[in-house]
Design a binder for this molecule. Sequence first.
Ligand code: BGC
Length: 900
Amino acid sequence: MIPRPPFRLRCEYLDEPLGVDTTSPRLGWLVESDVRGDSPRWCHVLVSSARELLRSDIGDLWDTDQIPPPEPPGLAYAGEPLQSFARCFWKVRWADREGWPSPWSEPASFVTGSLAPGDWKPRWIAARRVREFRSKGTVLLGHQGDDDTQACAVYLRKEFALQGRIALAMIFVSGLGHCELRLNGDKVGTSVLDPGWTDYRKKALYASHDITALVRDRNAVGIILGNGRHTRAYGYEAPRLTCRIEIEYESGERQILFSDESWKTSAGPLEENGLYFGERYDARILIDGWDRPGFDDGTWENAETVAGYPLVSQMMPPVRVTERLAARSIERFSSGAFLVDFGQNFTGWVRLKVEGPMGTEIRLRHGELLNEDGTLNVGPNENAEATDVYVLRGGGPEVHEPRFTYHGFRYVEVTGFPGTPGPDAFEGAFIHSDVGRTGTFRSSNGLVDAIHRNVVWGQLSNLMSIPTDCPQRDERHGWLGDAHLAAEEAVYNFDMAAFYVKFLDDIRLAQKEDGSLPDVVPPYLPRFYPGDPAWSAAYAALLSLLWDHTGDLRLVSAHYAGLKKYVDYLGRNADRGIVRKLGKYGDWCPPGSVVPKKTPVDLTSTWYYYHDILVLARLAALLGRDDEAREYTQLADSVRTAFNDAFLGETQYAAIRVSPVDDHPNQTSNLLPLYLDMVPGDRKEKVLASLLKSVVVLQDYHLDTGILGTRYLLDVLTRNGQGEVAFRVATQKSYPGWGYMIAEGATTLWERWEKLGGHAMNSQNHIMLGSVDAWFYRVLAGLSPALPGWKKVRVRPHVLGDLTFVEASLETVAGRIRSAWKRTRDVFSLEVRVPVGSTGEVRVPLLGPGARILESGKILWRAGHAVDPVPGIVLAGDDGGSVVFEVGSGAYSFESRPGG
Ligand code: BGC
């Protein structure tokens, strides 16, 4: 049978990326086969400089001929040296296990960015004069910042003419803080809030756009610049821009235009704008046609050249509007104001549709909650004004949506709206980094599904080119604790690789000479150094997570030295293995508190030191650095001993005591060492008993953990044979628990276990407690990578609580994976799918003594013994309660039946 052609061709984890700025990008693809146990014998890749060449099967840049299939995430390009700013076309074919070659895949392409430092020659420009305004200062870590002076939006334009028939036209642009690119009257592309946030002094991102289909003989580029994070509060001057337009003619000639002082600048209708502040747009300020050729810009000023930043391509999914939400209700107050309810907490803004007299000022205030009297509660916004103002031009219908702000909200209070708003007057735009949805999860338990749903909304709401803590108040920073605690759930649900590749690089760039890392990345404020070890642990945690889910060794090599430097920094700051100085937040936000009430911060700091050493030792071994692997394994041993000496008592680990008679075990203190298997063998049972005493007896099947303990609690319980307890904790409907949030109307996850709504740390949309969703995928559905990059898929479902079915599917770097189980009174069925080139390890539960296991109707196991072997399914062991089979790629349908 002829194999089907490869599909989902990707370059550096992205579909048809523009601006690829590595000289050996990885080319990845998927293959599928109906034959069980299939695996590719070889692959053959062609890369061409022209579409026609590729069509004729000529790889003038690279023709690999038949080579062994690559490891995930793909084949590193090794053809002719790639040129900067050039489009490359490629396709691939493969041969199945029998050696049958497939047809070629559909062609894919990528466009290179600036591949050598001298290739861009950026000139940064800015307006000579900007009007400034003041926005409220941020309160962070207890410090009240000064009011922030920001710039009103800057409009820039430049015309250019073509000199012949073109083959390719590209624009590469970095406009800081944020920019909107327009060409000949229209917005280019679908991204918003470009470019992504970085520490601009280290790197600014440029976005790449293909404008081949948009250019004409005469053209005008228009760019609007907003503040974003490029503000005085973080030490930056006025908004600035660099742009490169690259045109390739059919004749082969190239024309290149750079931003320079000939570009014209002006103020415009978009005035005040700020991430926290909101926007003011005065539509009476008419500059119609400013972004089209022929506009009279005689009154506009020339730009000036200003200092700029190193540039790196934005190789990650941009922020986009991914969904439009209709108002669920619009209510009118006696004051004439309206209250719009979208029925869902989310990030973005409101598109306004209105008709009214010129000069009418409409004001939209955003909030997550309502007061008891039904009015808008802006308490959780803290110092963020979160208010958008639109001033009508008059004379017909007007449609407007903001550009350089976003809000975290469910409700909007609208004042000044003329007349009665129609149902489409207010439309919610959900914006976030547009990472594709790769995971699906469904179960028979409505609460489990509701928690999953809230996590998905909460996670997306907190992907804004960096993982943020929350979207509504004056923070929205890349708090590293929040970032790594929820990261596993993120990689199950979404295509996170390119996003985290960028973020890991942000972390690397944030490292100080002494090796320290901050709490927050990008480190916009200096006081974020040195980080709490539980926060800075994101470097190790994200790296090892990505290694497991992508098998990307290049990433490991790129960060090994940085991680080692950080671990050594912790070592220098440890006192005989115990990290006493660096902890600040520890097991943050446990029930009833912001700061940890019961867990010593030194314990969590030291535990993360141990955690980071283990990751480093693992990565050292991967990279073949055996001496370092040994050295850090020994260091880990000594830290574990020091940890136990310092914190382990007879039956439990140290807790903060409220009185001399308080000897209650603390959940987090006990579960962390259990998670990393640190507890000496003779005390493991006692420590586990202490943990269970707290969970089951003292807290009546509730957690009593902050964000650190919560991340590992369910896993520790499950691994120690207490899956049923874990399930009860995860599905509690009473306080504290995820179900409690839902019972109280949450549509995302809260920051605190408590229902709070005042002007304080009460975010209704934090993601740091989202790890429960990873447990749903990994434990309930049972899916985890047994080898990095899903080369081996572990399928180990847990049949817990009242669950009668669980289904999950994943699109991984290796291909599509699925686990779907169902139980009735006398049958347990499990459907599994393993991608071509991978293998699976499937654990099937036995229904009592004498039970049978069948696969596609054939008996594999009966009454404690293997029966006739089925080709491709190998018995790998049994533990009395379940049987483990090793399988090749393909779809399998197992059934477990009681004996008889
Ligand atoms: C953030 C948290 C963060 C914490 C650090 C808060 O203000 O919102 O999520 O991790 O500070 O303690």
